[in-house]
Write a protein that binds this ligand. Structure first.
Ligand code: FES
Length: 269
């Protein structure tokens, strides 16, 4: 009896144990899923799976697991990559086209700006040619007028004055390199120079000073009759104006040189 009862109790306990071993609720779900994994939305048994692919068949002696897994990863993703490649390539081409196209058009714009600026610095060529009748200008006298927007001196020099000027000492010249340009006008010479002082731009007064050339009363620069500076503060001679004499020394024709440093351009030469 006792043994029967014990057996019954033991069975019951075993049942109880079985029932207790069965987990309900969250824990049971956890245990059920322990050996599974979520693959494409489905719970599947997570067993180690081995694939042999055409690209890399496993060889005996190699680390087959590692290699096969790598190959599978590549194969699975290759389809995806190939699909995306066309789109990606198009995107890259388009972006490159936009980027380099923009860059090119900016470079072109900049180049056009620079070239246009260089070309269009002068919008038009000023007609600087003008003729002045100096028939009434006596020898030894200075005429002052405006040419090409600049005040100028036209001086008719007698041959004596020319001789005296040539005999002046050269050691007091401040601007030694400049050429003196005299034009023949009958038995006199004509010199045409700018009337803008090379110091700060005042207009010198003729017939004054030790040389009876020009004196700038702003700061006291002294020029001789050839408009060469003999006393500062100016350091440069009055600039010569390109001219030629016609009609037996009565007509001065003046024109600005386009390329003043090219001697062939000077029509008075
Ligand atoms: Fe002529 Fe100064 S501007 S000397």
């Amino acid at each position: 009896m006792f043994s029967k009862t014990l057996a019954h109790v033991t069975r019951s306990c075993n049942k109880l144990n079985q029932v207790q071993a069965y987990n309900f609720g969250v824990l049971s779900e956890y245990n059920q899923r322990l050996s599974k994994k979520l693959h494409k939305g489905h719970l599947v048994e997570d067993k180690p799976t081995f694939f042999v692919t055409s690209s890399r068949p496993g060889n005996f002696g190699d680390h087959i697991d590692f290699k096969v897994n790598i190959d599978n990863w590549f194969d699975e993703n290759r389809v995806h990559n190939e699909h995306e490649t066309d789109i990606r390539r198009t995107q890259i081409y388009t972006l490159n086209a936009i980027y380099y196209g923009g860059l090119l058009s900016f470079a072109r714009l900049y180049a056009m700006g620079v070239i246009g600026r260089l070309n269009g610095w002068k919008r038009y060529e000023r007609d600087t040619y003008s003729e002045v009748d100096i028939g009434a200008l006596p020898p030894g006298e200075v005429m002052q007028m405006v040419w090409n927007g600049t005040p100028i001196f036209i001086r008719r020099l007698t041959s004596n004055e020319v001789k005296e000027e040539n005999e002046l000492p050269s050691n007091t010249l401040l601007d030694k390199d400049k050429e003196v340009i005299l034009s023949d006008a009958g038995n006199t010479k004509v010199i045409v120079v700018s009337a803008v002082c090379t110091h700060l731009g005042c207009i010198p007064i003729p017939y004054l000073g030790a040389y009876k050339g020009y004196v700038c009363i702003c700061h006291g620069s002294v020029y001789d009759k050839f408009a060469r500076v003999r006393q500062g503060p100016a350091l440069l001679n009055l600039p010569a104006i390109n001219n030629s004499i016609h009609d037996e020394g009565t007509l001065v024709c003046m024109e600005q040189l386009k390329f003043p440093h090219e001697p062939s351009q000077r029509f008075w030469a």
